[in-house]
Design a protein around this ligand. Structure first.
Ligand code: 5AD
Length: 350
C-alpha cells in the first residue's frame, strides 16, 4: 500500500481530523490494501467504544407520499408509477407492538416529506408510542420542517432525527435536487435539530451522479465538524422512473472504505450498514460491519407498504432485511463475531 495513505490513516486514527486536501488524497487512487488497512483500524476503533454489540432499529416506512422531486429518488413527486400509501396511526402502533415483541427498542418512523399539515399527527403518534413503550427511543426521518415543528416533535418525545445532508457541496446538492430545494435550508434544518436536542443523523449516497473525490472530501469534513450522533451512507442505486435511471450504481468497495474512514473520524459514531449496501451485495451488511459499522435497521413495515417504498430498484425487504427474520440476522452477525443487542442503542460519548 502507499506510504502516504498509510500515514494519513494512521494520523486520522490518532487525531480524528485531516484537512480537506488530505481527505481528498485518501480517496484518490486508493487500493484494496488501503481499504483493508482502514477496515482493520475501524473495526478496532469500533470495538473500543461498542465492543461486539450491533444495535438494531425497527424501520417503519410510514408513507411514500412526498412533496419533493429529488432527481435520484423513486418516491419523488413526479413519479406517476409510484402507488402512494400512508399508514394509519393504528397500523403504525401495530408495527411497534410487533417490533417490541421481537426485541426492538428503537422505532424509526421514515417517510416522504409532507410538510406542515402533518405536524400534529406526527406529534400525536410520538406521544402514543412513548406512552405505550416508555423504554423505547423514537427516531423520526420525515424530511425538512420549520424549527417550531421540530421543537414540537421533540417536546412530544422524539429522541432522534435522521436527515441525510445528501452532499456537503452546494453545487452538487443543486444538481441532485430541483431548484425549489435549497442546500442552505437543508443545513439549517440539521443545525436546528441539533440545537433543539435531538440525536441527529446525517448522511449521503456514495456514487451519486456528479460526486467527485472533492465533494466526498467535503462530506467527510462536514461529518467531522457537525459531529452527528449517526451517519447513514449507502451506494446510490438507480431507479428507472427517475432522471438518473440510466446512471451507474455507486461502488460497494468505496462505501465500505468510507465507512472505515468515518469510524476513524468519529469512533463513537452510529454507523448503519444500510439496506442499499445489502441490496448490491448479499453479504453487504456483514461487509459493512467488518468495515466499522455498528447498526442495522431491519424493516418493520407491513408487507404491502414495503413493496411501495421503492427508493431505488431492487430494494431488499425480506430475509435478514426483515424484522421478522431477526434470528437470521443474529446468526449472520454471530458468524462474524458480533452480537445483536436489544437495548435502545444510544450513541456513546467515547
Ligand atoms: N439510491 C440510494 N439511496 C437513495 N436514497 C434515495 N434515493 C436513493 C437511491 N436511488 C436515499 C437518500 C435519502 C434516503 C432516505 O434514501 O439518501 O435521504
Amino acid at each position: 500500500m502507499s506510504e502516504r495513505t498509510k500515514q494519513l490513516l494512521d494520523r486520522l486514527e490518532r487525531e480524528h481530523t485531516l484537512s480537506l486536501d488530505e481527505y481528498a488524497a485518501l480517496l484518490r487512487g486508493w487500493t484494496h490494501e488501503d481499504a483493508a488497512y482502514a477496515a482493520e483500524k475501524a473495526r478496532r476503533a469500533c470495538d473500543r467504544v461498542y465492543g461486539d454489540a450491533v444495535y438494531i432499529r425497527g424501520l417503519i416506512e410510514v408513507s411514500n407520499i412526498c412533496r419533493n422531486d429529488c432527481l435520484y429518488c423513486g418516491i419523488r413527486r413526479s413519479n406517476r408509477n409510484c402507488t402512494r400509501y400512508r399508514l394509519t396511526a393504528d397500523q403504525i402502533m401495530s408495527c411497534c407492538r410487533e417490533g417490541y415483541a421481537l426485541g426492538f427498542r428503537t422505532f424509526v418512523l421514515q417517510g416522504g416529506e409532507t410538510g406542515e399539515s402533518d405536524i400534529d399527527a406526527v406529534c400525536a403518534l410520538v406521544l402514543s408510542i412513548k406512552a405505550e413503550f416508555p423504554d423505547c427511543a423514537v427516531t423520526l426521518s420525515l424530511g425538512e420542517y420549520p424549527t417550531e415543528a421540530y421543537q414540537a416533535m421533540f417536546d412530544a418525545g422524539g429522541d432522534r432525527y435522521l436527515l441525510r445532508h445528501e452532499t456537503a457541496d452546494r453545487a452538487h446538492y443543486q444538481s441532485l435536487h430541483p431548484p425549489d430545494m435549497s442546500f442552505d435550508h437543508r443545513m439549517q434544518c440539521l443545525y436546528d435539530l441539533k440545537r433543539i436536542g435531538f440525536q441527529v443523523g446525517c448522511g449521503f449516497m456514495v456514487g451519486s451522479p456528479g460526486q467527485t473525490v472533492e465533494t466526498l472530501a467535503q462530506d467527510l469534513k462536514f461529518v467531522e465538524t457537525f459531529a452527528p450522533a449517526m451517519c447513514g451512507i449507502g451506494p446510490f442505486i438507480p431507479h428507472k422512473d427517475t432522471p438518473f435511471g440510466g446512471e451507474p450504481a455507486g461502488s460497494v468497495e468505496l462505501t465500505l472504505y468510507l465507512l472505515s474512514i468515518l469510524r476513524l473520524i468519529r469512533p463513537a459514531l452510529l454507523l448503519p450498514a444500510t439496506t442499499a449496501l445489502g441490496t448490491l451485495r448479499p453479504d453487504g451488511r456483514e461487509q459493512g460491519m467488518l468495515a466499522g459499522a455498528n447498526v442495522v435497521m431491519p424493516n418493520l413495515s407491513p408487507p404491502d407498504a414495503r413493496e411501495k417504498y421503492t427508493l431505488y430498484n431492487g430494494k431488499l425487504y425480506s430475509g435478514a432485511e426483515s424484522a421478522q427474520h431477526l434470528a437470521e440476522l443474529k446468526q449472520r452477525m454471530s458468524a462474524i463475531g458480533l452480537r445483536v443487542v436489544t437495548d435502545r442503542g444510544d450513541a456513546k460519548s467515547g
